[in-house]
Design a protein around this ligand. Structure first.
Ligand SMILES: O=C(O)C(=O)C[C@H](O)[C@H](O)CO
Length: 340
C-alpha cells in the first residue's frame, strides 16, 4: 500500500441515535453510525482523493472490526488501527427539533482507545511517509494515556517535518472526568501545530485571554494574533462562525487567517432544514486541509472548506462522503463566490 499523505489519530466511535427526531428509547430502535472527529476528517479527505490512514485502537470484537470496516469502505487505510481488549466508545444522540436542542450523551469511559498505553504506539513507523498528521483536542480529553499518546504523536510529527493539523474541539465534560490539565496539554499541542482549527473561545482556553470585541470577526482576529505570537510554528488558524437561529436553521461563515497576514473570509451561508450537523466542523476542517494540500489560494481554500461543511448538514451520520466535484458544484453556484 502507498504511504498515506495524511494520518489521522483518534478514537473511532459508534453513534447510537434515536430515529428521526424521536427521544431516546421512544421507539425500540436506534440508528447506528460510525464517527469520531479525526476519523470524520479522514473519511472526507479520502473522498477528496487523498491517501489517508487512520491510527487508533478499536475493541477486539465484532463491533471494533465492523467500525474499522466502515472506514475501509470509505477508502481509509486501517492497517494502523490496532485491536485491543476493551470496549468501543459510544455516544447516544437525540436530534433536536423546534424548541428542543440536540443532545449527546457519551458512554466512552474505559474504551479500548482511552485505555491504550501511550508507549504502545511506534510513532516514527506509524507516521512513515506522511506529510500531514491530523489530531484533535478530543483524544487528550479521554485520559492520561490518550493525552500522552496525542502529545507523542504531535512531537514525533514535528521531529519528522510532518505538518500537524490540530482541531481544538474543546470538550469540558470529558476533561472533567479525568481531571487533566486541559490548558497545559492543549498548549503543548497547539505548539506543534501548523494549522489549528480554533476560534477565540479555544484560544481563550489555551492562552487565557478574553476577547471583548463586539464584532465576531474582530474577536477571531485578536485571538489569532495572540496565537501566532505564542506559537512560532503556527502558520494558519481557521474557524467557522455559526449563529443558530433555531435548531434547524443556522448561518455558517468561516475565516482563514495566516501568520503572513493572509485573511480570507467566507461570508455566512443560511443553512435551513438541517438534517444532521454532527461532523460539520470536521467536514470544514477536511475541506480547508484539501485546499492547503492542493495549493489553493486562501479564498478558494476557505470557500471550499465552508462548502464542504455546509454540505455535511444535509447528510445523516457523522461522515461527509462527498467528493471534490460535489463541493465544487456548490462553490460554483455562486453563493460561495468571493463577494467584493
Ligand atoms: O463528540 C465526539 O467526541 C466525537 O468524536 C463524535 C463526533 O463524530 C464528533 O463530535 C463530530 O465532530
Amino acid at each position: 500500500m502507498n504511504p498515506p499523505r495524511v494520518v489521522c489519530f483518534g478514537e473511532l466511535l459508534l453513534r447510537l441515535g434515536a430515529p428521526g427526531h424521536q427521544l431516546l428509547l421512544q421507539s425500540p430502535s436506534l440508528d447506528v453510525h460510525c464517527g469520531g472527529a479525526e476519523a470524520n476528517v479522514g473519511v472526507s479527505l479520502a473522498h477528496f482523493g487523498h491517501a489517508v490512514a487512520m491510527v487508533g485502537v478499536v475493541a477486539d470484537n465484532p463491533l471494533g472490526a465492523a467500525a474499522a470496516g466502515q472506514l475501509r469502505l470509505h477508502g481509509v487505510d486501517t492497517s494502523r488501527v490496532r485491536r485491543a481488549e476493551g470496549r468501543m466508545g459510544l455516544y447516544f444522540l437525540t436530534t433536536g427539533a423546534g424548541h428542543r436542542p440536540s443532545e449527546v450523551v457519551y458512554d466512552r469511559a474505559d474504551s479500548a482507545f482511552a485505555n491504550a498505553r501511550a508507549d504502545g504506539y511506534d510513532w516514527p513507523a506509524l507516521l512513515h511517509g506522511a506529510q500531514w498528521l491530523h489530531l484533535s483536542g478530543i483524544s487528550p480529553a479521554l485520559g492520561a494515556e490518550a493525552a500522552r499518546a496525542t502529545l507523542d504523536a504531535a512531537r514525533a510529527a514535528c521531529a519528522q517535518g510532518i505538518k500537524v493539523s490540530f482541531d481544538g474541539n474543546f470538550r469540558p465534560k470529558l476533561w472533567e472526568r479525568w481531571g487533566g490539565d486541559a490548558r497545559a496539554i492543549l498548549r503543548d499541542l497547539f505548539d506543534c501545530a501548523h494549522i489549528v482549527f480554533a476560534d477565540h473561545r479555544d484560544i481563550g482556553v489555551v492562552l487565557g485571554g478574553e476577547f471583548p470585541q463586539a464584532d465576531a470577526q474582530a474577536r477571531v482576529d485578536a485571538a489569532a494574533a495572540m496565537a501566532f505570537a505564542a506559537f512560532p510554528r503556527l502558520q494558519y488558524l481557521a474557524c467557522t462562525q455559526r449563529t443558530a437561529h433555531s435548531v434547524g436553521h443556522h448561518s455558517l461563515g468561516a475565516m482563514l487567517l495566516g501568520r503572513d497576514g493572509t485573511r480570507a473570509v467566507a461570508p455566512a451561508e443560511e443553512l435551513t432544514d438541517i438534517v444532521d450537523r454532527i461532523g460539520g466542523g470536521d467536514a470544514f476542517a477536511a475541506g480547508v486541509l484539501h485546499g492547503l494540500i492542493e495549493g489553493f489560494d486562501a479564498e478558494a481554500t476557505i470557500r471550499f472548506g465552508l462548502a464542504a461543511g455546509c454540505l455535511k448538514h444535509s447528510i445523516p451520520g457523522d461522515f461527509n462522503p462527498v467528493g471534490v466535484a460535489e463541493v465544487m458544484a456548490l462553490v460554483g453556484e455562486g453563493r460561495f463566490d468571493v463577494r467584493r
